[in-house]
Design a protein around this ligand. Structure first.
Ligand code: HEC
Length: 129
């Protein structure tokens, strides 16, 4: 009996790990993403209130290029070309339901997450102002 229980537990853990994987992320947008048009307004509208010059939760700023590229307490929030492994994407997609970004208001849509993924995958260009 205990052997069977152990199997059940392993299956449950395996299932959870699978559900939280990249397979569950919305797919990246297929078109060329423009930071100024597609990404900056989203950061400004939904993120900068808590990740800006005045309040930078966990040290992360999304209002200014060089600060943003440094990331936050957990290190860089994205790695160019690797959207499926980027902390920012995991957080907006709610891979860990305890830390969903933004933590208030509407969840980002699949389309918005897809644009963020495509931006990162296409090199995460952030032109100097
Ligand atoms: C209402 C305030 C608020 C808003 C709005 C918000 N965040 Fe956050 N963010 C936080 C807080 C608080 C933490 C720390 C959470 C924790 O570690 O439990 C955090 C942490 C993060 C981290 C981890 C940083 C690190 O290095 O630890 C990322 C990435 C992030 N947020 C991205 C975003 C993005 C992208 C948006 C907009 C789509 C956003 N956040 C909007 C409050 C906010």
């Amino acid at each position: 009996m205990s052997g069977q229980r152990r199997w059940m537990a392993l299956l449950a853990i395996g299932g959870l790990a699978f559900c939280a994987g990249a397979a569950d992320l919305p797919p990246p947008a297929k078109r060329k993403v423009d930071f100024a048009k597609d990404i900056r307004p989203l950061f400004q509208k939904r993120c900068v209130r808590c990740h800006g010059a005045e309040t930078a939760e966990n040290g992360l700023r999304l209002d200014e290029r060089s600060a943003a590229l440094n990331g936050g307490d957990a290190g860089p929030a994205w790695e160019a070309g690797e959207s499926a492994d980027s902390l920012l994407i995991h957080m907006v997609a709610g891979v860990d339901p305890d830390v969903l970004m933004p933590p208030d208001g509407e969840k980002l849509t699949g389309e918005q997450i897809g644009l963020l993924r495509a931006w990162i995958d296409q090199g995460a260009e952030w032109p100097e102002e």
